[in-house]
Design a protein around this ligand. Structure first.
Ligand code: ADP
Ligand code: MG
Length: 358
C-alpha cells in the first residue's frame, strides 16, 4: 500500500469535486491538519471514514487503497491486487498457526451487561445486553467505531466502572460482589493492562516499572529479576531497562507495558486501542508481541480496537455497534490475509458503508 499515492489521489479527487481541505475536514468533523496528513501520505484515514470518504469522492474502496481509478475491465484483478498489497504490507505474509482448545476454561464471562450513563436531563445507553465468554489462551478482539461502547465495556470488566445490570465473572468471581476495598488487590492479582496512554510511571525506570508490578504481588527480588530478564529478552527491551519512559519511543513503551502486564501472570490482559498512538511498523510489532504472549505464555487477551488490521491478529472478533455485539467472527483455518478480508466483509454488512469488491 502506497500511502503517498493514496494521499495524492485523495487530494486530486477532493479538488475535482471542488472542495478545500477545510471543507472536507468539516464534513467529517476532523481537523484540517488531519486532511493534510492524509494528502501528504503521513497517515491514513480512520477505517470508519473509508466508506463515507469513498462515497464523497465518488470512488470505490479499492480505488482508494490503490490510489488510482480502476476501469471496469481490470476491476477484479486490480481489486485482488489491492487487497493483497494491503494485507501483506501491513500484516506480513506468515501463515497463522491455528490453535483451538474448546476445553480451555472460561476466564471471563459476561451475561446481559448493560450500562446507562445518566446525566442531568439525558440518559445514554452505552452498552446494551452484551453477553460473551473468553476462554483461557485466546486473543479476542472487540471491534467497533468510535462511540460504540468499547471502552465503557472494557472499563466495567477492568472493575474501573460499574455496570447498570448484568453479571461479569473473572476467574469465577462475580466482580459486583467484591468489596470496594478489595478491587485494587483483585486487579493486581487477576488483570494486566495495556492502554493507549498512561501505561508506565514516568518517575520510575522501565525496570522499576515492571518490578513494581511484581513487588506489589510480593514476588521475591531474585525471582523478580529472573522474570524481568527473561521477559525483556523476549520483548526486545533489555537495552532500555535503565531508561525512563519519556526517553523511549511509543512502540518501546507499549512493549514495556506488555512486559509489565504479563510479568505477574494475570488471568486476563485488557488492552484498549493499544496501537492507537503508534506508527504502523510499531503497531505491527506490538500485535506480534500480543500473539507471542498468547502462544508462548498462554496469556488471555481482550483487545478493543476500531481498526480491522489490528483485529486481524485476533482469534475471535466481536463486532460492536451502538452498544451491542452485532456479529462475531472466529478465525478458522484462514491466514491473516483471508481473515482480514472476512473482517472487512462483516464490517461492510454491519455498517452498510464500505464499498468493497472481492
Ligand atoms: P468507544 O470506546 O467505543 O469509542 P465509549 O465506550 O467511550 O465508546 O462511549 C460509548 C458511549 O457512551 C458514547 O456515546 C459516549 O458518549 C458515552 N459515554 C462514555 N462515557 C460516558 C460518561 N462518563 N458519561 C456519559 N456518557 C458517556
Ligand atoms: Mg474508546
Amino acid at each position: 500500500m502506497d500511502q503517498k499515492k493514496i494521499g495524492s489521489f485523495i487530494a486530486a479527487r477532493r479538488k475535482d469535486i471542488g472542495l478545500t481541505q477545510s471543507q472536507l475536514a468539516e464534513k467529517f468533523g476532523i481537523t484540517d491538519k488531519a486532511i493534510s496528513k492524509w494528502e501528504t501520505g503521513k497517515s491514513m484515514p480512520d477505517l470508519s471514514l473509508f466508506g463515507p470518504l469513498c462515497d464523497l469522492l465518488h470512488i470505490t474502496l479499492n480505488e482508494l487503497l490503490l490510489g488510482e481509478f480502476i476501469s471496469d475491465e481490470n476491476l477484479k484483478e486490480k481489486s485482488n491486487q489491492v487487497l493483497f498489497e494491503v494485507v501483506t504490507s501491513w500484516l506480513g505474509k506468515d501463515q497463522w498457526e491455528l490453535k483451538t482448545d474448546s476445553l480451555a476454561p472460561v476466564v471471563l464471562s459476561l451475561k446481559n451487561i448493560q450500562k446507562v450513563y445518566e446525566t442531568e436531563n439525558t440518559s445514554t445507553v452505552a452498552v446494551k445486553d452484551v453477553s460473551f465468554d473468553v476462554a483461557k489462551g485466546s486473543f479476542v478482539g472487540i471491534m467497533g467505531a468510535s462511540g460504540s461502547g468499547k471502552t465503557t465495556l472494557l472499563n466495567m470488566i477492568a472493575t474501573i466502572d460499574k455496570m447498570t445490570s448484568g453479571l461479569i465473572e473473572i476467574d469465577g468471581y462475580n466482580i459486583a460482589e467484591l468489596p470496594e476495598n478489595d478491587l485494587a488487590a483483585f486487579r493486581r492479582e487477576h488483570l494486566g493492562f495495556v492502554f493507549q496512554e498512561y501505561n508506565l510511571l514516568d518517575i520510575l525506570t522501565v525496570y522499576e516499572n515492571i518490578e513494581l508490578a511484581l513487588t506489589i504481588k510480593q514476588t521475591p527480588i531474585d525471582s523478580a529479576k529472573e522474570t524481568i530478564d527473561d521477559l525483556s529478552k523476549k520483548l526486545d527491551i533489555s537495552n532500555i531497562l535503565d531508561k525512563f519512559p519519556y526517553e523511549i519511543s511509543g512502540g518501546q513503551r507499549q512493549r514495556c507495558a506488555c512486559a509489565r502486564a504479563i510479568a505477574t501472570n494475570p488471568s486476563l490482559i485488557l488492552a484498549d486501542e493499544p496501537t492507537g498512538a503508534l506508527d504502523s511498523i510499531s503497531a505491527k510489532r506490538l500485535l506480534e508481541t500480543f500473539t507471542m504472549l498468547v502462544r508462548e505464555y498462554s496469556a488471555t487477551i481482550l483487545m478493543v480496537t476500531h481498526d480491522a488490521l489490528s483485529a486481524s491478529y485476533c482469534d475471535k472478533i466481536l463486532f460492536m455497534q451502538d452498544g451491542e455485539i452485532k456479529a462475531s467472527l472466529n478465525r478458522d483455518k484462514e491466514n491473516k490475509q483471508e481473515f482480514f478480508t472476512k473482517i472487512l466483509d462483516v464490517m461492510a454488512k454491519i455498517t452498510g458503508g464500505i464499498n468493497y469488491v472481492s
